[in-house]
Ligand binder design. Structure first.
Ligand code: ADP
Length: 561
């Protein structure tokens, strides 16, 4: 079963400002809720910014237009009133009368206009007699007005003209204002251009207030939308996160997990579909497990049932085989063939029984303190006749691995017999090197050949049951295809490993590593999996090392611990 991580993807910590950039990046990648809220907030902020700026400009414009219209109207009314005064007055050349009339007109201007910033300038004399001069105020003088405005006013006497102006405000910054100009005529005496300035500071205050309110409303809106989207997303994403965690647990093998289903919305339908899928997976896995149990039992039962008749057949075949010399050559050859095949059949049956014991979990280790180096030497000696039959030189190198380690010697022997047998069979007559060594944590034995080797994709399957690299390969020893699968089971039963390195045309290296009692295999094992030396480099380095009861262990030195 594939193990899948069922850990929840927790958002990163925001505790220290230094970790914020990381936390931002991690949250952006891992949290759908964070990402969606961030996008919503960014989009809302942009929208609010654009709306506030546009509204601010529009309001400012409207406010100015309204104040301008007001000023124009007020100036028009004031000048018209003053004009009415001068028109109704008795003009003439009399200096005093004219001065009075002119003063009256000025007073009327002040009364009728809402501003007291008024400037009057003598534009043109009409008569020959006395002509009253212009007037001004402290805050507004004729010189402050631009030539352009003065020209526009004087050019078309019937029309008003205006311009924006900065009005001095004592020590404080000048305030914005508007000045309106219009002509006034004292019949038969002179024409005057009259200017009335209006302070727009109050409009500025209104604008500032409106803008401040707008920004405040905008920020409140952003906060509200952010909060609402966080809440909405939480209600949507919580079931999704739960579904993700539950499916991870299901994938990790917890077949009983289900999603809680509430209501009838889309998420509830997702939950129902998920639960239905989980039910179906659980049912099928249970069926498969039962089927596999039935199969295991069948293989075990059949193997058991076959054992007795096969033993009888083997004994009979051995008896007949012993007398084959009395038969004619044709019958003798048939008897020989039958004998070999019966032997193979028996080996296969034994392997099948062993495999079924593994499947049933009924395999027990019978451990005893064993010297792996001694055991390997024993196997090498046992296999020598087979090696000689294949013209293969068996070499043994054992820099360590002498001191006893707890293991089941019967099983380790079986593993080694299989590895050395395979190496001889696929070794193409080149030397086979058996290396034993140890370290602090484990003892290991490597069986290296320089023969056919395998492609990497084949080496991956080497421990599969009944798997063979190339079915067309010549088989001389007659294995069952179960040897390495049993060997792996034996290694794992010891808490150890059996690993393979192989290259097509270069050779193979199988390494069995067994941990010392209570130990655990960590880091590189005592015998490296990937062999360092090529066949040409072997030289005499790997000459057979004789072990025996003559204190060879001491000669070889202590285990490297
Ligand atoms: P068997 O040897 O009975 O076929 P094993 O399980 O021992 O079964 O091996 C499975 C297959 O792995 C072999 O058939 C062979 O194709 C391949 N194999 C095993 N050892 C070697 C080796 N040293 N070199 C090349 N191929 C090997």
């Amino acid at each position: 079963m594939i193990a899948t991580s069922a850990t929840r993807l927790r958002p990163a910590s925001w505790r220290s400002p230094r970790t914020w950039p990381d936390a931002l990046a991690v949250n952006w990648r891992r949290s759908m809720r964070f990402r969606a809220t961030a996008i919503t907030l960014a989009a809302t902020s942009l929208a609010v910014l654009v709306i506030c700026v546009i509204m601010g400009l529009v309001i400012r414009n409207d406010l100015f237009e309204a104040r301008k219209d007001e000023a124009l109207h007020n100036a028009r009314v004031a000048v018209a009133q003053a004009q009415r005064v001068v028109d109704a007055g008795v003009a003439g050349d009399d200096r005093a009368t004219l001065t009075n009339l002119w003063n009256e007109a000025q007073r009327e201007l002040g009364r009728a206009s809402s501003s007291n910033l008024i400037v009057g300038n003598l534009a043109q004399r009409i008569g020959e007699g006395y002509t009253p001069l212009g007037f001004g105020s402290l805050q507004l003088t004729y010189q402050q007005l631009s030539n352009e405005l003065r020209t526009r006013v004087q050019k078309v006497p019937t029309r008003q003209a205006w311009q924006s102006i900065a009005l001095p405000n004592g020590d404080r910054p000048a305030s914005a204002g508007i000045v309106v100009g219009q002509m006034l005529t004292i019949p038969d005496v002179a024409t005057y251009d009259i200017y009335i300035a209006y302070d727009l500071a109050d409009a500025d205050d209104t604008l500032l207030f409106v803008q401040r309110t707008l920004w405040l409303a905008g920020l409140t809106l952003i906060a509200l939308i952010g909060g609402i989207s966080w809440l909405v997303l939480r209600s949507v994403s919580a079931p999704i996160i739960e579904a993700a965690e539950t499916s991870a647990r299901l994938a990790a093998g917890d077949l009983g997990v289900r999603l809680p289903v509430h209501g009838e919305d889309e998420l509830a339908s997702l939950g129902r579909s998920f639960n239905a899928m989980a039910d179906s997976i659980e049912r099928q896995i249970k069926e498969l497990a039962e089927l596999s149990l039935v199969q295991q039992r069948f293989v075990s039962d059949v193997s058991h049932e076959l054992r007795t008749p096969l033993t009888t057949i083997r004994l009979a075949s051995e008896m007949i085989n012993d007398q084959k010399d009395d038969f004619d050559p044709m019958t003798a050859r048939t008897v020989e063939l039958m004998h070999t095949q019966v032997q193979r059949f028996e080996t296969l049956l034994a392997d099948l029984l062993e495999i079924s014991r593994y499947d049933a979990g009924s395999v027990q280790l019978e451990v005893e303190a064993t010297s792996l180096a001694q055991l390997a030497e024993e196997i090498v000696d046992q296999m020598r006749p087979l090696a000689q039959a294949h013209d293969t030189e068996l070499r043994m190198v054992a820099p360590g691995g002498y001191s006893p380690v707890d293991m089941d010697p019967r099983r380790v022997r079986r593993v080694l017999r299989n590895l050395v047998g395979n190496a001889i069979e696929h070794g193409e007559g080149r030397p086979v090197v058996v290396t034993v060594d140890s370290n602090q944590y484990a003892v290991a034995v490597g069986v290296r050949d320089f023969g056919l080797g395998m492609r990497p994709e084949d080496a991956e399957h080497v421990f599969d049951r009944f798997w063979r690299a190339d079915p067309s390969r010549k088989r001389t020893i007659g294995g069952t295809g179960l040897g390495l699968s049993i060997a792996l089971g034996d290694a794992q039963l010891h808490g150890g490993t059996l690993q393979v390195w192989s290259q097509l045309g270069v050779g193979s290296n199988f390494v069995l590593t067994v941990p010392r009692s209570g130990g655990e295999i960590t880091g590189q094992g005592p015998v490296p999996l990937e062999p360092e030396e090529a066949l040409v480099d072997l030289g005499t380095l790997t000459q057979p090392i004789r072990l025996g009861g003559d204190g060879a262990g001491d000669e070889q030195g202590e285990d490297r611990r």
